[in-house]
Design a protein around this ligand. Sequence first.
Ligand SMILES: Nc1ncnc2c1ncn2[C@@H]1O[C@H](COP(=O)(O)OP(=O)(O)OP(=O)(O)O)[C@@H](O)[C@H]1O
Length: 362
Amino acid sequence: MSIYLRNISKTFGTYSALRDVDLAIPSGKLTALLGPSGSGKTTLLRIIAGLETPDERTASGQTPKILFSEEDVQSRSVGERRVGFVFQHYALFRHMSVYENIAFGLRVKPRAERHTSTEIHHRVTRLLKLIQLEGFGSRLPSQLSGGQRQRVALARALAIEPKVLLLDEPFGALDAKVRKGLREWLRQLHSEIHLTSVLVTHDQEEALEVADQVVVMNQARIEQVGTPTEVFQHPASEFVMEFLGNVNVFQARLSSGQTKLGELTIDVPQYPHVQPRMANLYVRPHELEIARISNGKASLSAQVSRVNAAGAVARVGLRSGDGHDILVDLTPQKFQELNLLPGETVFVSPKKVRVFVPDYQI
Ligand SMILES: Nc1ncnc2c1ncn2[C@@H]1O[C@H](COP(=O)(O)OP(=O)(O)OP(=O)(O)O)[C@@H](O)[C@H]1O
C-alpha cells in the first residue's frame, strides 16, 4: 500500500515542527526518514499513524491530504488505519510470555474479527520463526536480550497484519554491534515480507544500509528524497552533503563556471555567473588520492598529521600549507603501500568534487 502526503504542516504553539511537506511513500518499500534531532521525523511518522493531526492549512493556505493507496484516511482513527508500530523503548508486557505478547493484538480484536485459537497459534508460531526466536515463546521479556526484545516487538506489530509498519528508532537503545546485526536482519526480513515500512532514524549509516528510499529532513522540511545511492552520490544541498558522512570542505572563488582547488581547475557549468562568488567545495575522504611524489596530476601539498589504520579503512589526517585539516580514507592495501608517517609531505588530489554556492540565485 502506497502512502501519499501533501501540504503537511504541523505547528505546536508558535513552533513549526513541519512545514509544507509533500511525500510519496512507495508500496512495499522501506522508506527511511533521516535527519538530526528535532527535524520533524517523529512528528511526520505520528501524522501518518493518525496519532497527530496536521495543521488545517499550510502557511500558504493549502489543505493537507493523507492518502493510503487512493483512500483519504484523515478522518480514520489509528486503529482503522491498520498501522503496526515499533518504538525505541517498546514496552512489552512484562508479566506476559513472548508468545502471549505476540498474540495480544489478535486476542483483543473485536469478536466478529477475532481468529480462532488454532489460527492464533499458527500465526504466532509463524512469527516466532520469522523473528528467529522459535523455542523462546514461553520466556518472559526479562529473559531476553535487548535485541531479542525488539524482534518480539516487531513480531507483535506484525501480528495484526498491518498495512504499514512504522518504526521509530527501533534499535536506538541498543549497542552498536547488536544494532548492526538487527539492521541486516530487518533488511532481510523486509525483503521477505515486502510490507510498506517507514523507519525513523538519525543514523545515516542505518538509513543508507537498510532503506529503499531515503527522505532527508532538516528544520521541519524535506531536503531531498532518493535512493541511498542518489542521496549519497548526488546530494541536493550542502546540508545533505554534510549530513551523509564525513566530508572535507574547502572555500574558493568561483566565476564564469570555474573554480580552483589548489592547482586543480574545476568546471561548474551550473554556476555561470561572471561576478566572483565564494563557493564551498566538498570532497569525501574516500574521494581523495594521496601520492608521495607529485605525479603530474593537479594536487595540493599537505603534511601528514596523524594516521589510524585500526578500522576497515585507514584514516589519514593531513594539514595543507594554508593550515586546512584534510581527512583521507584509504584502503588498507593502499595505506600499506604508501607507508605514511606523521610529518611527511604528500600530494593530495580529489577524484570528485561537489560545489555549492550558498544562497545562489539564478
Ligand atoms: N507535542 C509537542 N509539543 C510541542 N512541541 C513538540 C511536540 N512534539 C514535537 N515537538 C517539537 O517539534 C520538533 C520536531 O520534533 P520531532 O520529534 O518530530 O523531531 P525528530 O526529528 O523526530 O527528533 P528526534 O530524533 O530527537 O526524535 C521538536 O523541536 C520538538 O520539540
